[in-house]
Write a protein that binds this ligand. Structure first.
Ligand SMILES: *Cc1c(COP(=O)(O)O)cnc(C)c1O
Length: 456
């Protein structure tokens, strides 16, 4: 059989509301041309993010009923601890309400002015937390990772030469840890090879620098390793996952991705003293270390999610369904970041509408147009998210993130049709300008308007 079917059937359905183009036009203008300001009920297919949007399984919902809500020492915590310990080998497992809380606690503890944190690419909240601590965040992804048309199998890899040069230049004592984001969300959901993880870890170990993972999509990354890395084809995914975690001194994880839950995160640590400090910080703002900002039922759902995400028929379907959308767009000449990543398809807005200059937010213009045309919500990852007055990001992308186990193949076909139709009418798109925006993480709340003419 060529068709890879959804390896589940549907037990509960949630209606989605149809809207007309006129309604959407009004709604998006009221939202200041910012898709974050829309009400979800006004969205037909929501590809804003794959974060916290997974459909939970019947076993996860059963776990919700089993949740132990004791303040301290809840059975649900020990179930999660045992699951995560078996999967990763870590002993210090701190639950948090989501990934960025893990990041804040980590960088509160190790970050400071004068410190430098390398990563393949920092995710936006990771960068914000590094910088909030006073430290500097440095991205060292390989050059292919900046080239939307390169079909390198592991475009999330770190340039090890650049890492060595950085350490040489600033000194290992100024680098409190080195991070690797798997898969590389900001760089297009691109995987990192096991060989590259081993090499970076080796360099870190040589210099006494702790090696950390931003492991939000550890299972998807491991599946890419199995599919693409020589010699890995016959290896079970859980064994690849284990080797990757064995390399690391710590990890931040958002459970809202490969944890297959709607809320939750983890901070994993090996060092006893660091874990003690992090736990004290956790108690201050998240909660007691056996619940860490979550309800007992959330811990249950997360424990079960980490088991289900390693099911290889799930991962085959997951990676295949994202690639399916990518292939449909490529066939019709729509410029996307190639090859398709693990959790999303990224439109290359620079090639999609070359007539809109970077300072007029071509990615946001495409994202707004997709909503107006078809009610599909996507997100800009480009000059609105990462640019400022004097810097522009290297890529101008629009991300179509695919929630896990939520949409069927016909939803995806509809998405492909809409994007292809918009691409055929791309010359009608107009650039945008900011009307008002905050200083940090401006893409969440900025208000924009269209510039007058397509070439203005
Ligand atoms: C989502 C994400 C985070 C932050 O996690 P939240 O749960 O959204 O706080 C950090 N890093 C990466 C790579 C992510 O995708």
């Amino acid at each position: 059989m060529k068709t890879i079917i959804e390896p589940f059937r549907i037990k509960v359905v949630e209606p989605i509301r149809m809207t007309t183009a006129e309604q959407r036009d009004r709604l998006i203008h009221a939202a200041g041309l910012n898709l974050f300001a829309l009400r979800a009920e006004d969205v037909l297919i929501d590809l804003l993010t794959d974060s916290g949007t997974s459909a939970m399984s019947s076993e996860q919902w059963a776990g919700i009923m089993r949740g132990d809500e004791s303040y301290a020492g809840a059975t649900s915590f020990f179930r999660l601890h045992s699951r995560v310990h078996d999967m990763t080998g870590f002993d210090h497992i701190l639950p948090t309400h989501q990934g960025r809380a893990s990041e804040r606690i980590l960088f509160d503890t190790v970050g400071a002015p004068g410190k430098i944190v390398p990563n393949n690419n920092h995710f936006d909240t990771t960068r914000a937390n590094v910088e909030h601590s006073g430290a500097e965040a440095v991205d060292l992804v390989i050059d292919e990772g900046h080239d939307p048309q390169s079909r390198h199998p592991f475009k999330g890899n770190m340039n090890v030469q650049k890492l060595r040069a950085l350490i040489e230049r600033v000194g290992a004592e100024r680098i409190p840890l080195c991070m690797m984001t798997i898969t590389n969300n900001t760089g297009g959901g691109q995987p990192v090879s096991l060989a590259n993880l081993r090499e970076v870890q080796e360099v870190c170990r040589f210099h006494g620098i702790p090696f950390f993972l931003d492991a939000c999509r550890f299972a998807e990354n491991a599946y890419f390793i199995k599919m693409r890395e020589p010699g890995m084809q016959d290896r079970p995914v859980d064994s690849i996952v284990r080797e990757v975690f064995d390399l690391a001194d710590g990890a931040t994880i958002s459970g809202k991705k490969d944890g297959l839950v709607n809320i939750g995160g983890l901070l994993l640590l090996r060092d006893e003293a660091l874990a003690r400090e992090a736990r004290n910080n956790l108690i201050l703002t998240e909660g007691f270390p056996t619940y860490g900002g979550l309800a007992g039922r959330d811990l249950e759902a997360l424990a079960q999610g980490f088991a289900e995400v390693l099911d290889e028929s799930y991962l085959a379907y997951r990676i295949r369904s994202v690639a399916y959308l990518g292939e449909k767009l490529i066939e019709s000449g729509v410029p996307i970041l190639e090859p398709p990543g693990g959790h999303a398809i990224y439109l290359d807005a620079r090639r999609f509408c070359p007539h809109i200059p970077a300072e007029q937010f071509p990615g946001q213009a495409v994202a707004i147009a997709i909503y107006r045309l078809a009610g599909i919500r996507t997100v800009e990852i480009g000059s609105l998210m990462f640019g400022s007055e004097n810097t522009q990001p290297t890529m101008e992308l629009v991300r179509l993130a695919i929630p896990r186990r939520v949409y069927t193949q016909s939803h995806i076909d509809y998405v492909a049709e809409a994007v292809v139709e918009l691409h055929e009418r791309r010359h009608e798109l107009r650039g945008l300008r900011i009307v008002e925006a905050p200083v940090a993480l401006r893409h969440f709340t900025a208000r924009l308007e269209e510039v007058e003419s397509p070439t203005a």
